[in-house]
Every structure is written in C-alpha cells, then in structure tokens.
Ligand binder design. Structure first.
Ligand code: ATP
Ligand code: AMP
Ligand code: MG
Length: 193
C-alpha cells in the first residue's frame, strides 16, 4: 500500500521542470520533509545508453522501442515510489517523429497512481530563450511559438484526462523569468498538506 505522496511534474522541454524541482527539493530539505527525486528520462537513459548517445536522442527512437523503455522504467519507478514522498520529473507528451506520444499512458499512470500533477508553463518566447541558453548541454528542438503553444495545450489535455481517470489533482504553475524559487515553494507545499 502506497503511503508517501507522488507528485508528477510535467511541462514542455526547456520550460524549467528540473530547475523548479531543485528549488522544491531545497525548500523541502530546509523544512525537514523527506522527498526523493526521480527523473523518468534518467531511468530510460540508463537502459537506452547502449543505443543512443544522449537523452535527447531517446525521442527519436522507433516508437515501439520508446514504449518498451517507458514500460521498463515505469516498473522500476513503481518500486521506487513505494512508501516515500517522490517528485517525478517527466513529460505528459513527447514530440516524436510519429506525433505526440503520451508520457503517462494509462498503463503507466495505473502503476504510479500520482496524488498530483504539476504542469509547469511559460510563454513560448521564454521557453525558446531557455532552450537556446542550454544548447551546449541539451539537444532540444527549435520550435515556433505556435508549436510550443500546441505542445503546452496537449499537456493540459493530458493532465485533465489523468485527473479524471486516476483522481489526482492538477496544479498549473507559471514559471516566470527569474521566479523558479517561488514555483519550487508551491510544489513543495503539496507535501505539507
Ligand atoms: P527538459 O524537459 O528538456 O529536461 P526542463 O523543463 O527540465 O527541460 P530546465 O533544464 O530546468 O528545463 O531549464 C532549462 C533552462 O531554463 C535552464 O538553463 C534553466 O536555468 C532555465 N530556467 C528555468 N527556469 C527559469 C526561470 N524561472 N527563469 C530563468 N531561467 C530559467
Ligand atoms: P528529460 O531530460 O526530462 O527531457 O527526459 C529525457 C527524455 O526521456 C525525453 O526527451 C523523452 O524522450 C524521455 N522521457 C522522459 N519521460 C518520459 C516518459 N514518461 N515517457 C516516455 N519518454 C520519456
Ligand atoms: Mg529536465
């Protein structure tokens, strides 16, 4: 029986998920709340690194391979989230060459049973700027504002669908330029109530 809380943080590439989660973890530590960090991409890359050079190549693999990596990661994460407070860093939809692939299809969501989904959003202009800022270490695609908006909208649809299917709550937070610590605090507060 799951006793800890599972909070899943989603948002388009470069919106700042990992950054706001780091702030949330610091805040939890200061307040003596134990929360473990799990990055879904890390778990998939652990297995995928035999066939890809970096984590941003995973989404270019054949869709069936991505699904297999996703399911194997779900089984590992299911074990990790038992009895603990966990912040899971992942995506609601991954843009693949075959179209949007769900990051949390029902067979994954049913294994994990999140308490809350936190949707991190920002303006397309800020997201593009952040993707460029990181381009030495990450291989994120350049997108038009329309495509970024479409991807963010898909995230909202996905979060709403999972809320209906699993009963989790959905929190939408705007990660404004320079305000990642404030966003982190709001995420951390989910473990305090
Ligand atoms: P991915 O899904 O590709 O892992 P991500 O959503 O985890 O992306 P981050 O790596 O956290 O994105 O952030 C991307 C870049 O944006 C980093 O350089 C980070 O420092 C910067 N950034 C994140 N949030 C903010 C913010 N509120 N203000 C300014 N810069 C930010
Ligand atoms: P990230 O560092 O969060 O961008 O994760 C790296 C890559 O891992 C993503 O670009 C996806 O290809 C993959 N990934 C992360 N989470 C999931 C998920 N839930 N389902 C499928 N692929 C995922
Ligand atoms: Mg990240």
């Amino acid at each position: 029986m799951k006793k800890g809380k599972l909070v899943i943080v989603i948002g388009v590439p470069g919106v700042g998920k990992t950054t706001v989660i780091n702030s949330a973890l610091e805040y939890c530590k200061e307040n003596k709340i134990e929360v473990e960090y799990v990055n879904y991409g890390d778990i998939m890359f652990e297995e995928a690194k035999k066939i890809v050079n970096n984590r941003d190549e995973i989404r270019k693999l054949p869709i069936e391979k991505q699904k297999q990596l996703q399911l194997n990661a779900a089984n590992k994460i299911m074990e990790m989230v038992k009895d603990k407070n966990v912040l899971l860093d992942t995506h609601m939809f991954i843009r693949t060459e075959n179209g949007y692939m769900p990051g949390l299809p029902i067979w994954v969501a049913e294994k994990l049973l999140p308490d809350s989904i936190v949707l991190i959003e920002a303006s397309p202009e800020e997201i593009s700027k952040r993707r460029k800022k990181d381009s030495n270490i990450r291989m994120r695609e350049e997108d038009t504002s329309e495509k970024i908006n479409e991807h963010q909208l898909m995230g909202r649809f996905g979060a709403a669908s999972l809320a209906i299917l699993t009963g989790c709550t959905v929190l939408i937070l705007e990660n404004k330029e320079g305000y990642y610590k404030e966003v982190g605090k709001k995420i951390a507060s989910l473990f305090m109530r």
